[in-house]
Write a protein that binds this ligand. Structure first.
Ligand SMILES: [Zn+2]
Length: 251
C-alpha cells in the first residue's frame, strides 16, 4: 500500500491552494501498481481531501486495448473502465481520464502522473497561438524540471479521444526530440507532468506553474519575452551539475 500512501500525498500537494491548479474534483494523479495494474483517483473525488477511498486499482490491459479497438459509444467506454476495476465490489469508479493515464504509465520511465488545471497556465493555453510557447523556455530551472520543451496536445474531448490524441502527440514529440516528454500542455484544458517518482511530478508541476506566472508577467509588460536560445536550453539540459540537482530534487 506504499503506492497508495504516496499517491494520496501527491494529490494533496498538487491541490495546494498556492498553486491554484486543482479545485473541487479537478485534476488527477495516478501511479503504476503491479506490472498489470495502475492506481488512479476515482471519478468525482477531490484531490485536496483525497483519502484511500478516493482511489481505485485498475487492470491496465483492457484499458490500453481500448486505444487500439475504440469502443463504439461513450457508455461502452465507461463500461470497460468499470469492469477493469481490480476489486469490483468497490464503490469508486475510475476517472474518465483513466485511458490517458494508462497510456502515459505504459511509457518507459513513467511511473507517476500528475494532471491539473492551473489558472496561470490555462490563461496561456486558451489563447490563439499558445502552441509556440510550449516549445520555448524562459529560465534555466524551467528546463531542469519541465524538460527542454513541453509536448503540445491539441484540444479534443476528454476521455478516450484525449488519450488517443495524446498518444499521437507523444509519438510526434519523440520523433522530433528523441525522448519521451516530461510535461504536456493540453490546449484549452491543462497540464500533465510525468516522472519516475511522486517528488519528480510535484517538482515539475510547481515549476510549470511558476513558469506560467513568469510568462504571464513578462507578457503584461508589453515587451517581447527574451526566450532562451536553443543552444542555451541544450546547455542546461545537458549540464552535469543540473543532472545532479535533478537527482537531489527527485529523491
Ligand atoms: Zn483535466
Amino acid at each position: 500500500m506504499a503506492v497508495l500512501k504516496q499517491l494520496i500525498s501527491l494529490a494533496h500537494a498538487l491541490a495546494d491552494p498556492d498553486l491554484d491548479a486543482a479545485i473541487l474534483a479537478e485534476g488527477n494523479v495516478s501511479a503504476r501498481g503491479s506490472d498489470e495494474t495502475l492506481w488512479i483517483k476515482a471519478s468525482g473525488s477531490q484531490m485536496a481531501d483525497a483519502g484511500p477511498d478516493a482511489f481505485v486499482e485498475v487492470w491496465n490491459r483492457p484499458v490500453l486495448a481500448s486505444l487500439e479497438q475504440t469502443p463504439p459509444t461513450e457508455a461502452a467506454a465507461r463500461e470497460i473502465l468499470n469492469l477493469a476495476r481490480k476489486d469490483l465490489s468497490t464503490q469508486a469508479l475510475p476517472s474518465t481520464e483513466t485511458f490517458m493515464h494508462a497510456y502515459l504509465l505504459s511509457l518507459p520511465g513513467v511511473e507517476w502522473v500528475g494532471h491539473t488545471h492551473p489558472s496561470s497556465l490555462l490563461s496561456i493555453l486558451v489563447t490563439e497561438g499558445a502552441q509556440e510557447f510550449a516549445e520555448r523556455r524562459i529560465f534555466p530551472d524551467e528546463v531542469v524540471l519541465c524538460g527542454a520543451a513541453s509536448c503540445w496536445v491539441p484540444y479534443v474531448a476528454p476521455g478516450l479521444p484525449l488519450a488517443i490524441e495524446l498518444r499521437k502527440s507523444t509519438l510526434a514529440f519523440q520523433k522530433r526530440w528523441g525522448r519521451i516528454p516530461s510535461s504536456y500542455w493540453l490546449q484549452n484544458h491543462g497540464l500533465i507532468v510525468v516522472g519516475r517518482s511522486p517528488r519528480e511530478v510535484e517538482c515539475g508541476m510547481r515549476m510549470a506553474v511558476k513558469s506560467a506566472r513568469i510568462l504571464l508577467g513578462a507578457l503584461q509588460t508589453g515587451r517581447k519575452p527574451r526566450w532562451l536560445t536553443a543552444e542555451e536550453v541544450q546547455q542546461i539540459a545537458n549540464w552535469p551539475d543540473e543532472h545532479y540537482r535533478q537527482r537531489c530534487l527527485w529523491k
